[in-house]
Design a protein around this ligand. Sequence first.
Ligand code: MSP
Length: 522
Amino acid sequence: MTKRFYLTTAIDYVNGEPHLGHAYEKIVADVIARVHRSFGENVFFLTGLDEHGQKVQQAALDSGKKPQPYCDELAATWKAFAKRLNLSNDDFVRTSEPRHRAVVQAILSKLHAAGHFYKAQYRGFYSLKEETFLTEKDRRPDRTFDPGYGEVVELVEDNYYFKLKAHQPWLIQYLGANPDFVQPAQRRNEVLGFLNSNELDDLCITRPLARLNWGIPLPFDEHFVTYVWFDALVHYRSVPAAHGDPAVLAARKSEIRHRKDALELWPADIHVIGKDILKFHAVYWPIMLKAMELPLPKQILVHGWWRKDGQKMSKSTGNIVNPISIIDEWGVDAFRYYVVRELDIGPDGNWTDAGFQARYSAELANGLGNLVNRSLSMLKRYRNGVVPPSSDELAPEINRAAGHVRDRLRENKLQEALMSIFFSIVDRANQYVDQTAPFKLARDPANAARLDQVLYNLTETCRILAVLLWPFIPATAEKIFAQLGLGGRPDQMSYADWGGLNAGHSIAEPVALFPRKDQPKN
Ligand code: MSP
């Protein structure tokens, strides 16, 4: 048994329909999962839903349903959404599943017995909307709280706390010694800056049952349920436990059972998350893991947030991008391509319909689609679809570009990798068509050998493009392979070396990959 490359996303709250932000994160993670598979690694890609807590309980109530059936219904929508995005996830977790609940409870019992928690009374102002106690720092100069917090009430209540504060020096030291732990660097600096200038408060890990009942019951005090982060974050570990991962089971000592089908997953290789949940992942989670005596994940990869037309996306103002309607109209790969091409992992991005349509038209329809379609159509027309003898005129350039793409992919530089594919390969090959003018060569039989060379170079470039593009736009890459008459899938980077097409091989029918849209919508 060898350890798999274990990659996760944030698990989404099921209090509404999926939007662009959720889709983006899952696509980024899916591209990374496919890249690693393509490099020959054994990957385990996990995504799922965060079902407990006030927001979900409230959303269920608002729709007149009990939380569990409410979540069951929405979970079906979200799972279908994952399929629609063509995610290659290996598991889909829901935090209301017994396999997760059992692990959360076992961990809570163990940490309680080891003295990591204490019970205390807290009095403070509480935002119902944000499910959080507010502090003096949250007050505006006029002493009121920002309307964004919604209704704020004064509460006095007992709760259990996790001793977070005591581990702060250790965490600062750990972050300093492990520069790759939080990436990109700007996000790591944010965490370090925060830790160096604030004293951590201990973490409240419960809610009184009277206030919240949609949660995992605290195993050692029936009056409480587990509050979201001690529930949600633990899914990264409960799923490996459910798959019999010896590393996480060993940490629970009591129940090591060796299973034939066990998977070695922990530690996670990458947690892909959005910037708003950085503190939970880079501060709470490492300290929770330390208390659990488990190694830390290797990396937390933090992406920025999408806005639409320069404004925050918001259901109430209708300023949203609905991924499903984009996919219905333009296809899943156009959507996958655009979000990764437009936004690097790190900064915030801005969606505009015009920007999306411009890239579709220039890069997918006129760039990639046109290249593949005219290359294969010319091979059909001039050589009856039969691959001519091999030629390596473009080989040095394409091999160099492919090497560069692979290097960027190894660093999770997805946007740069895509740009290289398009600038150094798609654009170069389209320019090669213009320079060599095969349609002119075809008019004179004396040019037959030259035409053979040109057609080989173009067809082989299309094959390599399919391999390099597969992690990003898998369905399109597979279509290119099918049109090339190749069996199997372009899912291994090792296929990207020049010269894979053999003379005499017959290609299949070329079909447009990205139909041109004549009337761009506003
Ligand atoms: N349930 C928690 C995460 C628990 S992880 C142990 C949560 N859920 S969420 O539904 O609010 O957000 C899920 C993910 O979507 C987060 O990583 C968040 O950053 C991301 N996004 C939500 N809106 C987004 C944008 N507008 N743009 C990009 N990503 C955004 O937080």
